[in-house]
Design a protein around this ligand. Structure first.
Ligand SMILES: Cc1cc2nc3c(=O)[nH]c(=O)nc-3n(C[C@H](O)[C@H](O)[C@H](O)COP(=O)(O)OP(=O)(O)OC[C@H]3O[C@@H](n4cnc5c(N)ncnc54)[C@H](O)[C@@H]3O)c2cc1C
Length: 439
């Protein structure tokens, strides 16, 4: 199979092509009279910024073939960073013009300005609102769902208004086929969004799942056991996740991401998700009735075992244990006897999700579980506090760089652990992280 490295390289080349090619096309065939350097430069960054903004629709279109080499969280991280660059370019475009041609400042008055300038203003204001809401959603106390819908609307407005501004201004787009190319590109970008919001949900609608068991777990967590309804389902690799829609149709933008917690070795399409009560959607999960029809979009993610390793070291904080349990159950079902060490941070002894099952699994594979408790009972002699480099050193045999590490838990814990691994000279290629928040 085409290796992830090669596939990743091809997608990077294609990405750069889609950003740069439309820009160079503007320089082909007949050219308008040339202007001063800064005016031309500002036009170039405006076009490049818009092309980058447009391709953002592709980054979040959940194309499994594209995201597989990196994993979804890396793609969303890239999406955030590229957005900042793209918006910076788009905003720098008028700012440079205002400096070199101050007479254009009059265009800021949207009452008297022509439509081509009004579109530009609408595009820039939408982008500023989009960035402010994305960076400070939590501080602004905006609900995730409200933010998500607004994000999509603002992005469409920004890109469409940007295109109308370019076409209205003409200059490089007076040539009909250049104009057609940019209009076609914009339709293509928005088509990517329609794909994820219309085509994919249609596919999911035809491949529903049924909840066959609702199981209460320790730690305010509920496991939904789901089976495909009238189709074979999908296979996944342990550690991957899917988007779950419980209430309503898959067309609503309310899918929530959850790791699969079941073994990947089951052959009847069964998928379990273990969900901790952390907010408005997750607090309702225990009320889901058996037999309920739900929708799953997956599998996604690159947080998976399968790399050659002497020891698998799984580091979990709280509900971050779900992908680890999928890995452990899968390794047990495969009869894999390589050592697995699970360092598992929980609040207290009673809230350790899967505690009894992990004990039982130690009989089926070479598994060591080290619980680290923040609030241990008085008789506790095990690890307490947080998982740190010291805890690693007490329980892991050197050389540390030979093991394969998997980390999932609260963001603060993950940062500390990644730093600790770097201090222990574990190369980045040897550790894998799954962050439970995209925004
Ligand atoms: C790859 C991945 C795997 C995950 N696996 C698990 C798991 O196995 N078990 C588990 O309990 N939790 C898991 N989570 C976290 C889970 O998705 C959130 O806790 C849940 O969506 C919160 O929804 P809420 O409405 O109850 O809470 P809210 O209070 O509305 O949200 C809490 C936070 O969760 C995030 N969030 C909320 N809604 C969404 C959404 N629709 N899409 C993306 N993020 C959202 C936001 O960052 C938000 O600030 C995972 C998250 C990711 C990204």
């Amino acid at each position: 199979m085409f290796s992830y490295t090669w596939r990743g390289a091809v997608w990077i080349i294609l990405y750069l092509f889609f950003i740069l090619a439309p820009l160079f096309v503007l320089l082909a065939a007949s050219l308008p009279p040339s202007r001063d350097f800064w005016t031309e430069f500002s036009a170039a960054i405006g076009y490049a910024g818009l092309a980058m903004m447009g391709l953002q629709f592709g980054l979040t279109a959940r194309f499994r073939y594209v995201t597989e080499p990196w994993g979804e969280d890396v793609i969303y991280h890239f999406h955030r960073q590229v957005s900042l660059i793209a918006v910076g370019l788009v905003i720098a475009h008028p700012l440079i013009l205002f400096v070199v041609r101050p007479e254009l400042l009059g265009l800021l008055n949207s009452i008297t300005a022509p439509w081509r300038a009004r579109w530009a203003a609408l595009s820039v204001y939408s982008l500023i609102a989009l960035i402010v809401m994305a960076l400070w959603r939590v501080q602004l106390k905006i609900r995730y769902e409200t933010w998500h819908l607004t994000h999509i609307v603002l992005a469409i407005v920004a890109v469409t208004a940007g295109l109308l501004h370019m076409v209205g201004w003409g200059f490089y787009l007076t040539n009909p086929w250049k104009r057609a190319l940019w209009i076609g590109l914009t339709i293509f970008w928005i088509g990517l969004l329609l794909y994820v919001r219309l085509v994919k949900p249609l596919f999911m609608l035809r491949r529903p799942y049924r909840v066959t068991e609702v199981r209460k777990e320790r730690g305010d967590t509920t496991t939904l056991v789901m089976h495909p309804d009238g189709h074979p389902g999908f296979r996944f690799t342990p550690g991957q996740f899917g988007w779950l829609t419980v209430w309503g149709s898959p067309f609503k933008i309310t899918g929530h991401p959850f790791s699969f917690s079941s073994s990947a070795e089951v052959t009847d399409g069964r998928v379990d998700m273990s969900i901790r009560n952390l907010g408005d959607f997750t607090s309702e999960i225990h009320k889901v009735p058996v037999g309920k029809r739900v929708y799953l979009d997956g599998p996604y993610g690159a947080f998976t075992i399968g790399h050659p390793a002497d020891i698998h070291v799984l580091i979990a904080g709280g509900v971050g244990v779900t992908p680890m349990v999928a890995m452990i159950r899968t390794l047990a079902d495969r009869g894999d006897q390589r050592p697995v060490i699970l360092l598992y941070g929980s609040n207290d002894w009673e809230s350790i999700t899967f505690r009894e099952e992990l004990e039982a699994l130690q009989a089926r594979l070479n598994l060591t579980v080290i619980h680290v408790l923040r609030n241990p009972p008085p008789s506790w002699t095990g690890e307490q506090g947080f998982i740190t480099a010291e805890v690693f050193k007490r329980h892991l045999p050197p050389p540390y760089a030979d093991h394969e590490y998997f980390i999932c838990g609260p963001a603060v814990m993950m940062d500390v652990i990644e730093e600790a691994l770097a201090e222990m000279h574990v190369p980045m290629s040897k550790y894998h992280s799954e962050r439970y928040s995209f925004v």
